[in-house]
Design a protein around this ligand. Sequence first.
Ligand SMILES: Cc1cc2nc3c(=O)[nH]c(=O)nc-3n(C[C@H](O)[C@H](O)[C@H](O)COP(=O)(O)OP(=O)(O)OC[C@H]3O[C@@H](n4cnc5c(N)ncnc54)[C@H](O)[C@@H]3O)c2cc1C
Length: 380
Amino acid sequence: MNFELNAEELAVIESAEQVAREVIQPLARHYDETETFCADSIKALGDLGCMGINLPETYGGLGIGSLAMSRVVEAVAGACASTASAMTAHFLATDSILLGGTEEQKQEWLPRAASGELLGAFALTEPAAGSNPADMRSRAVREDGGWRVRGSKHYITNAKEADFIVLYVKTDAEAGHKGISAFMVPRGTPGIDFSSPEKTMGLRGSTIYELALDCWLPASALLGVEGQGFNTAMAVLDRGRVEVAAMSLGIANAALQASLNWVRERQIGPKPLAAYQGTQWRLADMYAQLESARLLTMKAAARRDSGERFSLDSATAKLVAAECAGFVTDAALQLHGGYGYVRDLPLERYVRDARILRIFEGTSEVQKIIISRALLDACK
Ligand SMILES: Cc1cc2nc3c(=O)[nH]c(=O)nc-3n(C[C@H](O)[C@H](O)[C@H](O)COP(=O)(O)OP(=O)(O)OC[C@H]3O[C@@H](n4cnc5c(N)ncnc54)[C@H](O)[C@@H]3O)c2cc1C
């Protein structure tokens, strides 16, 4: 397995790390406390070309591989997890067009999305359909040469800020998951009501909304082929899980680095906290989990680029990395004692931001279902 990065990829990572450090990280606390969309951070990523790092150069992407992309996502998440969430939700939208759209649709939307001119959202989840999207109730019915769409979506990242939403609904109510199709919904489409942003535990600078749908879309809004929506969404989520794993590494690494600084400075009795063996063992556990998760993420990223099936790899990386971020951020807060609990330091934000990683883009339980199915299928 090749984990090497070329000079161009290293340069992109270096620029992204610099912007993460100098622009995004200083804004993170503001977005968290004001619970406002991380617009300036997303703009900075757009200016850098990083809103298209998931796309090939043909469609305006930077032409870097998934391994380099996951390093960029990690750097952004370490600085501000909300920004990483808004960015990766945009990738779910553009991946949907890349994998499911016609050539004309790719040309129409992707270059401007890659440049940061347009922001995307990915709308799959509904109140009654989260882990099992086939339960969705939103429908599109042919009407007046186009489609009448009725239903609702919830917890949709970027929905109100987005210039377009990739909307997954049923075009055949009787066909289960084979009846799901995707549609392009440009900003300003009449008949879509957005809720106020949901009040969330973490990722408070990455806004999520409920959408009430009663709108008409032209025939050209159908993304690619009718009935292919479920396959597209699952392939998109396979890719997205590598990005969630990378986000997990970013938050966990930020928490570990903060802890390494803290335990050397904090005096407990006659010596620094770092001198106690209990502290050293905790740090070693944090590091070991982080490095295991990192290797799995790198493996999934490399396999994503290889063209082979990588559902098993991305589910495993997402499961392990998300659980790792939970463990490492909690351990980091514990090492900081009361200083970790109050909001002067970002430790409590790391804990809050990391919690969603075990839930979105498939819960940890859903990843276990994907993993065990792949293992059992391989035995047939
Ligand atoms: C901050 C945030 C951002 C989000 N962004 C987006 C977005 O941009 N686009 C979008 O479409 N969605 C988005 N979501 C939705 C997210 O993907 C779902 O919340 C997630 O998939 C889980 O679905 P659910 O909430 O309906 O939980 P449920 O599916 O109701 O799950 C509840 C519990 O049941 C468990 N469970 C489910 N099935 C099984 C099973 N077969 N066996 C055992 N246990 C099971 C789950 O693991 C979980 O513990 C977002 C959610 C949040 C909170």
